[in-house]
Design a protein around this ligand. Structure first.
Ligand code: S3P
Length: 442
């Protein structure tokens, strides 16, 4: 449990956030699938990404942590053996709390010559895996939900030959898309995944840098297609992971919620498929400036955020929905906190995916905000936040959901009295030094 008080002063300062979680996972996975050495700097050493390293070690991949002698930078080195060089694990692969590890690894395990099992913690064992079992089965894989409930533990039967598919995903999900693409690397023929709106495209960007023939296209019907022609060799490479915009979001929100604050968040990944929070907050009147923009494959920038009063349109409304949702899905809890302080009603819609994250984030966010005195209602696919009421401190259960713990820590900065976050240690899933870093700005 951690107790937090309203901020006594404006927040000022510079901050670096840890490496991007999605890119960190993929750097290990694709490094393991490639031939040769992959050197990763800026890797996020959080529980989720360490689960990915553990799983690949169990598949016989050599992975080292070291400090570069030349500049003292922590580096992860993956000695990849190519697509067909894994060894059968001698126990069930354990993914902890990580949906990305569970779903992406499933694509790889489906195509191995050996049997394997994968599972994670109590939250993972409740999250839907049918969304990957269905397409993997269509590709020829044999994947069984051991409890018969469409969730992990999952068993993969070895020695299946896979074939490419054209798959129309009902949801925009990078985990589903990436899982299918990874199985597609092993398949006979091309694999195409269509999703309603483009989800984060780190898999496409990084796999193509490793040598794969994979790209995104807008399909005739306007959906987002991801197309893979398998067969190209993957070779190890150097990867420098930018700061995670999902972690930066908490400090953006901190600057926007505490009067007169100004925070510079350095070296943050601003890939367009992740940067919905910047677009949306600017539309609400946030003073956000991108500095030192580096337009590489994974663009990055320093983000300068100054306190701003957030507002809606002339009817005092602001709607967040449609194609913006996959571009900011993980940031919606902290955006909801900001909306509670904004001078408008904020309607979050098309976001039913929130229900199946580390917690049911529609329920858990609405509960927490209600406890803090906000007028908010849950809807089937989001929530309506009637902003502008003063927030008051409360006891907030994190539900072991890292993004919830951090979002309500930010709410506490604007709340009268003490806010206690129960189960705050779950921040270790994506941002182990979060409370320490927040403290440097207070
Ligand atoms: C992720 C994809 C998203 C996101 C998650 C990380 C990824 O999940 O919420 O935190 O790295 O591919 P979905 O694909 O389920 O939307």
């Amino acid at each position: 449990m951690i107790a937090l008080e309203r901020a006594k002063h404006p927040l000022k300062g510079d901050i670096f956030v840890p490496g991007d979680k999605s890119i960190s996972h993929r750097s290990i996975m694709f490094g393991a699938l490639a031939k040769g050495t992959t050197e990763v700097t800026g890797f996020l050493e959080s529980a989720d990404c360490l689960s990915t390293i553990d799983c690949f070690k169990k598949l016989g991949v050599e992975i080292e942590h070291s400090i570069r002698p030349t500049n003292g930078v922590p580096t992860i080195t993956v000695h990849g053996g190519g697509l067909n060089n894994f060894t059968a694990p001698n126990s069930t692969l354990y993914t902890g709390n990580s949906g990305t590890t569970t779903r992406l690894m499933s694509g790889i395990l489906s195509a191995q010559p050996f049997d394997s099992m994968i599972t994670g913690d109590m939250s993972i064992e409740k999250r839907p895996m049918e969304r990957i079992i269905k397409p993997l089965t269509q590709m020829g894989a044999e994947v069984t939900s051991i409890m018969g409930n469409g969730c992990a533990p999952l068993r993969f039967t070895g020695g299946r030959s896979l074939h490419g598919i054209n798959y129309r995903s009902p949801v925009s999900s990078a985990q589903v898309k990436s899982c299918i693409m990874l199985a597609g690397l092993y398949a006979e023929g091309d694999t195409v995944v269509y999703e309603p709106a483009l989800s984060r495209n780190h898999t496409e960007i990084m796999l193509s840098a490793f040598g794969a023939d994979i790209h995104n296209e807008v399909a005739r019907d306007g959906s987002a297609a991801c197309i893979l022609h398998p067969g190209m060799p993957l070779s190890g490479m150097k990867i420098n992971v930018p700061g995670d915009i999902s972690s930066a979001a908490y400090f953006m929100a901190a600057a926007l919620i505490v009067p007169d604050s100004e925070i510079l968040i350095r070296n943050v990944g601003i890939n367009a498929t992740r940067a919905g929070i910047i677009t949306v907050l600017k539309q609400m009147g946030a003073d956000i400036t991108l500095l030192n923009v580096d337009e590489s494959h994974e663009p990055k920038a320093d983000i300068l955020v100054r306190y701003s009063e957030l507002h809606g349109n002339e009817n005092h409304q602001f709607v967040i929905g449609g194609k913006d949702i996959p571009r900011m899905i993980d940031e919606l809890p902290v955006v909801a906190v900001l909306a509670a302080t904004a001078d408008c009603d904020t309607i979050i819609k098309d976001a039913a995916e929130l229900k199946i994250k580390e917690s049911n984030r529609i329920d858990t966010v609405v509960d927490g905000l209600t406890k803090m005195g906000c007028d908010v209602e849950a809807t089937d696919d989001g929530m309506i936040i009637h902003g502008g009421r003063p927030l008051r401190g409360a006891d907030i259960d994190s539900h072991s959901d890292h993004r919830l713990a951090m979002s309500f820590a930010i709410a506490s900065l604007a709340a009268e009295g003490t806010t206690r976050i129960l189960g705050d240690e779950c921040v270790g899933i994506s941002y182990p030094s979060f409370f320490k870093d927040l403290q440097t700005l207070l």
